[in-house]
Design a binder for this molecule. Structure first.
Ligand code: GTP
Ligand code: SPV
Ligand code: MN
Length: 595
């Protein structure tokens, strides 16, 4: 906290000072706090958040430096129905986005923002996305009236003076304006103005709606910048896999929200895979550029994790459990009588009584969830015991494989390698996944979620696919493209594949493919692993069960391709001709009985 005057600090660029002053005139806060990112400031903000009841300190002996936050019960997930792309024409946003004309959005939200911070503090939060000083990093500034948002941004980004210094006198930064209002869902709008590099978000305090660095800037605005500037902003984890000989290869994987990115990014190898090690570069977002060597290089623009709590346990993700031991903020989890946290799938018996995510008494017999299904943790990247030593490399890490995966009870095999870039783009563009609690709405419904970007592409989906295809000639050493599905089910509803740490066995097969050591089985869509090519040492899985996980069922795939065709029709005239042609070819081969 440097000062309560908008003219400070002196390092801020003239354009930034001017924007802060304008915003203060509009919202009329009682005071303005410029966040400098120092440890002292963090302590003061934490104390103030505790005093006002925004944060509840957890037991310092069990969770040092940890706090619990309970959000408004009507504000617990991203709200895609009130998220808008405000481009000059509706076509630029495309049918997969809600669209509002920019002047209408500025007028409508401007009226709501007028005087909206009266009696409140306005935090000015400058931040860097990507390693400080990296030619690939970008700068944003979020103005918010939420102390929870300011504190969370301090975890999720490289925040404070480092951003102002990097910005210098430039006016090139993302302008994010966030205001809590009354949290009434009727007054909630998340509006993106790609042409102005601007985001206005009102009426929500939830992560993806309010931490504007994340989905709003690093995906929606950045995907638009990426097309303009010739790179990709993707909803992908980045993981390094070191083999027993000590060579590390990097994989980037796009799975929809709550479909396993954080878990795959920090998995603990099964004991039988001796000598293998996994390193996390990123768990949610990757910015990918073509290097001078023609390979794709990826940076993680973030500096923390905003991860799903339920299902995280010492068995499923021991590395995550270790990193949550200190200096983390938990949102909407349950609290134990001794001031610790609890959630479903923690693999720890709940105590005889808990305080649930709404702050009410909860008993094991109550039949309700104690933690919200989309309860989350916010934790610094440096807490991760398997953080990659290359996480701050200015040019990132070279990517050997891109993986697309969804949550599918049927149809999609455990692992398949696309024939080439076009087939890979097709697989990404048509992937389906069951909806999860990460967004409001019904859970468990299969929807098309291209490249896991349905809610995050900041422009027309067909143009986004064109960008993927147009980049191909520039990527002279392209990564291989794979499809995976950890979530296929047996008729009794159980998962066919054990998942989590065991997924390394599938990554190992991918690396073997890249090195030409295994062949797989040719199918109409690409090569599926043969059971004997997967390292199953130390794993008990019935051969019939594995075969089922790897099966390609013609009836299921006919339905899948029909659904993909419908989706292309919905997207309309912007769908690239190459994808339409490939769709016809694949449908014909299936009809001809070639599975
Ligand atoms: P976002 O942060 O919303 O983007 O989610 P994410 O993709 O990072 O998903 P995450 O790793 O947090 O996992 C979401 C849920 O899926 C958790 O409840 C996990 O326990 C569960 N999950 C993750 N990996 C696997 C897996 O391999 N198999 C099964 N069955 N469940 C998994
Ligand atoms: C997701 O929903 O994909 C998340 C959480 O990673 S949020 O930040 O809310 O988008
Ligand atoms: Mn995500």
């Amino acid at each position: 906290m440097t000062s309560d005057s908008p003219d400070n600090p002196n390092v801020a660029s003239a354009a930034l000072k001017q924007w802060v002053a304008e915003t203060a005139r509009l919202t009329q806060p009682d005071q303005i706090v410029w966040c400098d990112g120092s440890p002292g400031e963090r302590q003061r903000l934490l104390a103030s958040a505790v005093k006002s009841g925004v944060l509840i300190p957890l037991n310092p002996r069990k969770r040092p430096g940890c706090y619990l936050h309970r959000s408004d019960p009507r504000d617990v997930a991203r709200t895609e129905e009130v998220t808008f792309i405000c481009t000059p024409s509706a076509h630029e946003a495309g049918v997969t986005n809600n669209w509002m004309a920019p002047d209408e959005a500025y007028r409508k939200l401007g009226a709501m923002l007028k005087g909206s911070m009266r009696g409140r503090t306005m935090y000015v939060v400058p931040y860097v996305m990507g390693p400080v000083g990296s030619p690939y990093a970008k700068i944003g500034v979020e103005i918010t009236d939420s102390i929870y948002v300011a504190l969370s941004m301090g975890i999720m980004t490289r925040m404070g003076e480092c951003a102002l210094r990097m910005l210098g006198e430039s006016d090139d930064f993302n302008r994010g304006l966030h205001c809590t209002l009354d949290l009434n869902p009727e007054h909630r709008f998340i509006c993106h103005f790609p042409q102005d590099n601007t985001i206005w978000s009102v009426g929500s305090g939830y992560g993806g709606n309010a931490l504007l660095s994340k989905k709003c800037f690093a995906l929606r605005i950045a995907s638009w910048l990426g097309r303009k500037e010739g790179w990709f902003a993707e909803h992908m984890l980045i993981v390094g896999i070191r083999n027993p000989e000590g060579h590390t290869k990097y994989i980037a994987a796009a799975f929809p929200s709550a479909c396993g990115k954080t878990n795959l990014a920090m998995l603990l190898p099964p004991p039988a895979l001796q000598g293998w090690k996994v390193y996390t570069v990123g768990d949610d977002i990757a910015w990918l550029r073509v290097g001078p060597d023609g390979r794709l290089w990826a940076i993680n623009p973030e500096n923390g994790y905003f991860g799903v709590a339920p299902g995280t346990s010492a068995r499923s993700n021991p590395n995550a459990m270790r990193m949550l031991g200190h200096d983390s903020i938990f949102t909407n989890v349950a609290m134990t009588p001794d001031g610790d946290v609890w959630w479903e799938g923690m693999d720890v018996e709940p105590p005889s009584e808990l305080i649930d995510w709404r702050g009410r008494k909860w008993l094991p017999a109550s039949g309700e969830k104690a933690a919200h299904p989309n309860s989350r943790f916010t934790t610094p990247i440096r807490n991760n015991p398997v953080l990659s030593p290359h996480v701050d490399d200015p040019c990132g890490v070279p990517i050997s494989a891109i993986v697309f995966g969804g949550r599918r009870a049927t149809t999609a095999p455990l692992v398949l390698e696309a024939k080439d870039w076009l087939h890979g783009v097709f697989i990404g563009a048509t992937m389906g996944s069951e909806t999860t609690a990460a967004a409001s709405g019904k859970v468990g419904v299969v929807r098309r979620d291209p490249m896991a970007m349905l809610p995050f592409a900041g422009y027309n989906m067909g143009d986004y696919w064109r960008h993927w295809l147009a980049m191909e000639p520039r990527i002279t050493e392209p990564p291989r493209i794979f499809m995976v599905n950890w979530f296929r089910k047996a008729p009794d509803g159980s998962y066919l594949w054990p998942g989590y740490g065991e997924n390394l066995r599938i990554l190992k097969w991918m690396l073997a493919r890249i090195e030409g050591r295994v062949k797989g089985r040719q199918t109409f869509l690409g090569r599926v692993a043969e059971p004997e090519e997967i390292d199953l040492s130390g794993l008990e899985i019935a051969p019939a069960q594995l075969a089922r996980a790897l099966a390609m069922d013609p009836t299921e795939w006919k339905a899948e391709l029909a659904s993909a065709g419908d989706f292309f029709q919905q997207i309309g005239s912007s769908v690239p001709e190459e994808l339409l042609r490939l769709h016809r070819e694949l449908s014909n081969s299936l009809e001809a009985g070639r599975v």
